[in-house]
Design a protein. Structure first.
Length: 259
């Protein structure tokens, strides 16, 4: 039994697409065996948190990339350069050791609107469709089943996202027939959890989503991978975490640029 944990970078607002800071929306899915999450991923993440930050079982500490980067409470220990270096090394080691696969879809909202001014599809739902197609195709190839868990974005967006997921399940897509989705997805319902629920897979997706977006953007622009910590994470992903073709091709398989 697999689960794909989904996190986003950017927003789905098409009206903001002309703003360079809001031009792109990226969705990243991290696919992990559910039993492995329970036995290894969750305990390893909790051990990492306790090693560097103060946390109590009644108030679980949630790893969040933006707060880590800004060294905000409860991650103020990272203001010490020595602690930050040790934490980064341990986190990179964990990302390298854990078993998971990554699928990222990035949509250039501005280019999409310029190509097709009448386009009405929701950018987030479109990216979700791309992720699920590749997730299901992977499971079909190896005879596995799984579900999808996304981070909550609010009552109305969650309701709309669940409806979009259910449409994929019941109707299929242009590329994959509904029977394949129904055979490989264990539920016709999208699971949604809040970041505060301390879901290990969602935290892992949060840590990976931004570096994967930056790597996808760099490849699109034919530029080197991003510098610093993002480059380190992206290098780990490229070394064996992205979903890829039998010949090792990542583009179109583990990374998809839209349109």
């Amino acid at each position: 039994m697999l689960r794909m944990y989904v996190d986003e970078v950017g927003n789905a607002d098409l009206k903001a697409s002309s703003d360079p800071n809001h031009r792109y929306l990226s969705l990243t899915g991290v696919v992990i065996d559910l039993d492995y999450v329970d036995r290894v991923v969750a305990p390893e993440l909790e051990a990492l948190k306790r090693r560097y930050f103060k946390a109590h079982v009644d108030e679980p500490l949630i790893l969040h990339r933006k707060e880590l980067v800004n060294r905000k409470y409860p991650f103020q220990a990272l203001r010490d350069p020595g602690v930050e270096a040790a934490f980064n090394a341990d986190l990179l080691s964990l990302l390298r050791r854990l078993h998971y696969k990554v699928i990222t879809a990035v949509i250039d909202k501005l280019e999409h609107c310029q190509r097709d001014p009448a386009w009405q599809h929701h950018p987030y739902h479109y990216c979700q469709e791309i992720l699920i197609e590749r997730y299901v195709a992977s499971m079909e190839a190896v005879g596995k089943v799984g579900d999808v868990l996304a981070e909550s974005r609010g009552t109305r967006p969650d309701r709309e996202l669940k409806a979009a997921y259910q449409s994929i399940y019941t109707q299929g897509t242009d590329w994959i027939e509904k029977e394949v989705f129904q055979r490989r997805l264990s539920s016709k319902e999208l699971k949604v959890k809040r970041k505060a629920d301390n879901v290990a897979g969602l935290q892992l997706a949060d840590l990976i989503a931004y570096p994967s977006f930056k790597a996808t953007l760099a490849h699109r622009r034919k530029e080197p991978l991003p510098e610093g910590f993002n480059r380190c994470v992206a290098s780990i992903l490229e070394a064996g975490k992205y979903r890829c073709s039998p010949s090792g091709k990542i583009e179109g398989w583990g990374r998809k640029w839209l349109p």
